[in-house]
Write a new protein. Structure first.
Length: 332
């Protein structure tokens, strides 16, 4: 039985993309990557990287340094119990400065060469596989290989409007894993419904007596219509077109706003819990309590100014602590 796989772009999908990464020290995993790889491995997927590395052709990094970078990536993943099955990369580029690597190559995305090679070497069924990346060339390569595709674009980055259209979009790799899980559940449910409802035999036609001839219905003449002048018809067409254009613009604007809000909401769903934010919330809740106590002391028949000042001082202190925690959380 053939294997299934999830193919990943490297920079901007698994690790941060500083632009032509050329040192192992620059390797930094993106949030949620290790957990996502562990989940996908538990679901039975082979995990394969397919990355364009034109920095080799441009003289920015050597293949030896690239090997060190990939070893560093494997070490960081292994430290959290995550592993990759294989890493493929294409060092060629037709505009490279190193003659050895200055050429177009069928491995370079959007060509599907790396995925086709992985399918041959690792016995992968590409129709059961996925391609995850942050650019249209990743999506096109996945589609040309026969995989399903997910474009990972955080909401604060502009979405690509040109190029191949992905099957799904996600704001980060954690949402991409949830999309794959949902797709599998839906496929299993549909397969179960097909098995549960076998094909029914078509009913045999009954021998019914011929119906008696019915009299022909009387044809009704349509009322005469009064033709409108050409000028009035032209004005109505222009008015309708203007309304359609206005309506389309409004729908496009609302759709764009809704898509932006959805993206912000989805990315917020995957934020990690913050202890600083919790402490700030507790301190903020104590502030109105101190203010109420000071008001109670102020309205008391045996009014004590010192008690009022003390409680107000506590309120100010807790408010300052709350603001401090919020600022520390943002800087973190």
């Amino acid at each position: 039985m053939a294997n299934k796989a999830v193919f990943f772009d490297r920079d901007g999908t698994l690790i941060e993309d500083p632009g032509y990464l050329n040192s192992p020290d620059q390797v930094k995993l993106l949030d949620g990557v290790c957990e996502a790889l562990v989940e996908l491995k538990a679901m039975g997927y082979k995990l394969v990287v397919a990355s364009n590395q034109s920095g080799v052709a441009r003289g920015i990094v050597t293949e030896e340094t690239l090997e060190e970078i990939h070893n560093r990536l494997k070490q960081l993943l292994a430290g959290k119990g995550a592993y990759l099955d294989k890493i493929y990369y294409c060092p060629y580029h037709p505009e490279g400065v190193i003659p050895k690597y200055r050429k177009e190559w069928y491995w370079r995305k959007p060509n599907p060469g790396m995925m086709l090679a992985a399918a041959d070497e690792m016995d992968i069924d590409l129709e059961q596989s996925w391609m995850l990346g942050n650019s249209s060339r990743d999506i096109e390569a996945g589609q040309r290989a026969g995989c399903r595709t997910i474009l990972i674009i955080p909401h604060h980055k502009p979405a690509e409007t040109d190029g191949a259209k992905p099957d799904y979009k996600a704001v980060n790799i954690r949402e991409a894993v949830n999309i794959i899980k949902k797709h599998i559940r839906t496929s299993q449910q549909q397969a179960g419904q097909v098995q549960a409802s076998p094909a029914q035999p078509s009913p045999k036609p009954e021998n019914k007596p011929l119906a008696e001839a019915q009299p022909m219905p009387q044809l009704q003449t349509e009322p005469e219509t009064v033709e409108k002048p050409q000028e009035e018809i032209l004005e109505e067409k222009i008015s309708a077109e203007e309304q359609n254009i206005s309506g389309n613009k409004t729908e496009q604007l609302l759709s764009s706003i809704l898509e932006q809000l959805k993206g912000m909401h989805r990315e917020g769903m995957f934020d990690e819990f913050s202890g600083m934010r919790m402490l700030a919330g507790i301190m903020q809740g104590i502030v109105p309590f101190c203010v109420l106590i000071s008001i109670w002391f102020l309205m008391s028949p045996t009014r004590r100014d010192s008690a009022v000042l003390i409680t107000l001082g506590f309120a100010i202190l807790f408010q300052l602590m709350s603001l401090t925690f919020y600022i520390m959380q943002k800087r973190k």
